[in-house]
Design a protein around this ligand. Structure first.
Ligand code: SAM
Ligand code: SF4
Length: 326
């Protein structure tokens, strides 16, 4: 029974948990100058993570996504996966990663309990990938995907941020790539954050453009199950893979919000673009505090706004998404 319901009647079976604000990539839309020291603060410990996962599971959460920064940079990453996997009620342990050294590590992640993988690939062209992320690592990530399938992952999701004049001519390349592979490429509209209004104005592209291109090529929008998140998914009979469109600038996007976020400082974030987070950390210090913790989560949830105000250029306190986990 899901006890996480807000004033609008939305339910939240899905938690995105950021375990670090550190990252080693320099994605132009996120951390173009790399991770700066002042950003970094002491992240939640393994015990604190266990208490967060246990409290959310007691409230009906069944899916936890581990994100960052780059979550795999944590030396205890596999212990974190095992800890979350072992919490009663959690059946889905997903990871969002930039794919760094994934070819050498993914089997260990799966052994430790990762059930679902989202890996970020903004371009399938090595030079463009390098330009966007600051790293020439596309091959290692693609190898990591092959190894992930061989090790038993039934499907993999790829996050691609849509950017005008950078990767916007790559749709056909992505479609060829997923023809015979169960990969869902999720094309995400570039979102404005406090750090990068100029980059946003230069490169934001509406997902509607891709939507029309897909429809013209015979792709069909799939019916969304009741509990699905805000992505629109498209399939095509000739393709094993799918395309997802995440369009936060579209009307009604927030109506299907089904996720809450806790950042690496233990702050509960009600929206990617909220003005503030609500600290849970003082209630993460002992197993005896679980009841206080679940009560606080439920109380804070009642403060969730019905929508974000991104379309009016209001980015809240989010300077970049590495702080909150995307
Ligand atoms: N480092 C990991 C990664 O890149 O996958 C996890 C954290 S990252 C913040 C999570 C996701 O947010 C990535 O897929 C990234 O492309 C996306 N992202 C970051 N900044 C964004 C922005 N301004 N607009 C849209 N997506 C963004
Ligand atoms: Fe790092 Fe992910 Fe941000 Fe890229 S999007 S800089 S990989 S946190």
């Amino acid at each position: 029974m899901n006890k996480l319901q807000d004033r609008q009647g939305r339910r939240f079976p899905y938690l995105r948990l950021s375990i670090t604000d550190l990252c080693n990539f320099r994605c132009q839309y996120c951390l173009p100058d790399g991770c700066q020291e002042p950003q970094h603060k002491t992240a939640i410990s393994l015990d604190e993570i266990r208490r967060i996962a246990t409290a959310f599971a007691a409230l009906g959460t069944n899916k936890i996504r581990i994100s960052g920064g780059e979550p795999s940079l944590r030396s205890d990453f596999c212990s974190i996966l095992r800890t979350v996997r072992d919490v009663p009620g959690i059946d889905t342990v997903a990871v969002t990663t930039n794919g760094y050294k994934m070819d050498r590590r993914i089997e260990r992640w799966i052994d430790s309990g990762m059930t679902h993988l989202n890996v970020s690939i903004d371009s399938l062209e090595p030079a463009m990938f390098h330009r966007i992320t600051g790293h020439d690592r596309l091959d290692e990530i693609l190898r990591g995907i092959d190894i992930g399938f061989a090790a038993g992952l039934p499907s993999i999701k790829v996050n691609t941020v849509l950017m005008k004049n950078l990767n916007d001519r790559e749709l056909d390349r992505f479609l060829d790539w997923i023809k015979d592979q169960p990969i869902t490429v999720r094309m995400i509209e570039l979102m404005e954050t406090g750090d990068m209004p100029e980059f946003f104005n230069k490169h934001h592209l509406s997902g509607k453009v891709v939507r029309q291109q897909l429809l013209d090529k015979g792709w069909v929008q799939m019916i969304r199950p009741d509990n699905a998140g805000p992505a629109q998914e498209f399939s095509h009979p000739d393709y094993q893979g799918r395309i997802g469109l995440i369009m936060p600038y579209s009307k009604d996007f927030c109506d299907s919000c089904n996720r809450l976020r806790v950042n690496s400082q233990g702050d509960l974030q009600l929206c990617l673009f909220a003005e503030q987070g609500y600290s849970l950390r003082h209630l993460l210090q002992s197993d005896d505090q679980q009841e206080l913790l679940t009560t606080r989560i439920q109380e804070v949830l009642q403060l969730k706004e019905d929508k974000h105000f991104l379309d009016q250029g209001f980015t809240g306190s989010t300077t970049n998404l590495s702080i909150i986990g995307g």
